[in-house]
Design a protein around this ligand. Structure first.
Ligand SMILES: [Fe+2]
Length: 220
């Protein structure tokens, strides 16, 4: 077979294996056979081996960070309620970004975008904090609306001034809630979450200040 004919020939599985065997060092099993049913080098795992593996995986997924399951569950619960608040406030801020009207439309449209962008990051951080503690993060709109403490007003499109007042009230609600949550985290000896929530409280206080500053002018 000349070189041109060889190039045009479809490669058989044996030819591919031979090429891979030449290209990669031997391993057990050879890495290029992983997932192939034809590889017979190992006995199939027994039920006991599978159970041991599952237990090992479960123990890896269970954080060993000197906090009991009860302590972690307690903190995960407050984090999921907070996540719901953050998601509702994110949605409300985005709603106002879309629907704001008036002479300061351009400024407020951009200002609300900055705030919902920050809230998007905040919500992600809260969810991932819950996961870091071995809990699940809520991830459906239905659960967010069930657990949120900040309110929504479907079908209402308030004036710009009222939009700012609503968002300000929600940030302040979250700040007050965070003070209680900080105590819960401390009571559960979860100083990581305590520190995380303190940082979050400062972010909401800053966003609240910006909203307050915007509403101070009479032109809105
Ligand atoms: Fe937009």
């Amino acid at each position: 077979m000349d070189a041109t004919t060889a190039r045009n020939q479809p490669l058989s599985e044996e030819m591919i294996d031979a090429t891979l065997a030449d290209s990669f060092p031997a391993s057990d099993p050879p890495s290029w056979t992983l997932g192939r049913e034809s590889y017979q080098g190992k006995e199939p795992a027994t039920a006991i081996e599978t159970t041991k593996t599952n237990r090992k995986e479960a123990s890896i997924m269970n954080p060993n960070i000197d906090l009991s399951e009860e302590q972690r569950n307690s903190v995960v619960k407050i984090l999921n309620a907070l996540l719901s608040d953050e998601y509702v406030l994110y949605t409300k801020t985005r709603n106002y970004h879309w629907n704001v009207t008036g002479p300061q439309f351009n400024d407020l449209h951009k200002f609300f975008e900055e705030q919902y962008t920050e809230l998007n990051v905040v919500a992600d951080d809260v969810a991932e904090r819950a996961r870091s503690l071995g809990g699940w993060a809520l991830g459906t709109l239905k659960e967010f609306s069930q657990h949120a403490r900040v309110n929504e007003y479907p079908g209402q499109y308030p004036q710009a001034r009222e939009m700012i007042a609503n968002l300000l009230a929600d940030h302040e609600t979250i700040v007050r809630q965070l003070r209680t949550d900080l105590e819960t985290a401390e009571k559960q000896h979860d100083m990581g979450t305590n520190d995380f929530l303190t940082g979050l409280m400062e972010k909401h206080e800053k966003m609240a200040w910006m909203l307050r500053a915007f509403s101070a002018g009479e032109s809105v």
